[in-house]
Design a protein around this ligand. Sequence first.
Ligand code: ATP
Ligand code: DGY
Length: 397
Amino acid sequence: MDKLSVLIASDSFKGSVSSLGIADLLEQGIHRVVPDCEVRKFAIADGGEGTVEAIVSGVGGEMREVEVSGPLGDTVCAHYGFIGEDTAILEMAEASGITLIEQNSDNALRASTWGVGQVMLDAIDHGAKRIYIGLGGSATSDGGAGMAKALGIRFLNADGEDIPCGLVGLGELASIDCSQMTDKLDGVEVVALTDVTSPLTGPDGAVCVFGPQKGIPADQTTHFDAWMARYAEIMNATVGRAVDAVPGSGAAGGLGAALVAFCGARIQRGIETLLDLIGLEDAMDGVDLVITGEGRMDSQSAFGKAPIGVAKRAKRHGIPVVAVVGGRADDLGTVYDEGIDLVLSIATGPITLAESIAHADTLVPIAGENAIRALLLGSKLRAEHESQEASAIFSAA
Ligand SMILES: Nc1ncnc2c1ncn2[C@@H]1O[C@H](COP(=O)(O)OP(=O)(O)OP(=O)(O)O)[C@@H](O)[C@H]1O
Ligand SMILES: O=C(O)[C@H](O)CO
């Protein structure tokens, strides 16, 4: 048999192991079973945390860092990348991410995307003519107003005064003044890479669906969604377009909407664009097995999340796909329908989430062993089946 080749492209296990960390651990397990197996490892992400690292490590590029305003106004150091001379890769979570502040209702209402605008300006000052910006994993629900403020746009109350930062300010918004917007964005293409297709407002929108994870009390989401709806109405009227209805406008607390409205951004599915940029499909040439994964897989995973994006591309090449996951729902029918052949949970026995996270270094390699054993088992069964067919043909002749 030719040397086996496995491609690993797993999303991170959020709060536990990074995307490349999972790939390294799976590789250890694979080599315990097949020491000379060729392993091709890729970092992936869906637009949220890890997007810059995945693209810059996959394509080759340079990292930069810049000090900007964090979600609550204190200074944070945001990392972003350049691939080529004029293409910057940003991740909004670097400036305004959920991991940067404590989740409570006060913080959720005050958190602003101002720092995201500052990172964009820094990228332009360093030559960016195209900006890919990953949206997801945000602490914010300001509809991207903070980002727009950093670009010079003014958000005013009925008395013509600037409103406060954060969702809290949108409650008193009366008008938006774009007359002093910087001209630095002229001729700059902005592409927003979203982790969700949510609209800006309503029961499926930024506040109702993602507000509670940021600290907005679940029983107050409808109240604050009405503020976002008001913002949407004024924003639409200002730019002459129904921005709030664009799929993905609700990503990253509504930053998607502001990028479309004020920066002319195109919204694309993060995982699909990332896989195109890193050329994952080309790397699948000659591969016997693709391993993907995520922290927890459920029926929602079928709706365009990272492992499904990987699986769909593997299927175009007829390659079997195993997903290694920290936890899973019982019913994964939709996931199997989308191209994943086998889901392996890393748990080896009754275990709490905390134990699973603490022992990921041991458990993930075991799942790697199991994945490669599943491939070997499949090959063995196929060989036996083929030899039975051959002997049936032989005896019939
Ligand atoms: N080592 C681990 N063992 C078991 N479960 C884990 C482990 N690490 C993470 N998880 C589970 O995965 C969940 C996070 O899911 P996941 O990594 O798929 O991210 P997500 O929040 O769904 O974001 P995304 O939309 O990017 O997939 C955690 O809340 C936890 O339940
Ligand atoms: O940041 C958020 O609000 C979620 O990740 C959806 O984009």
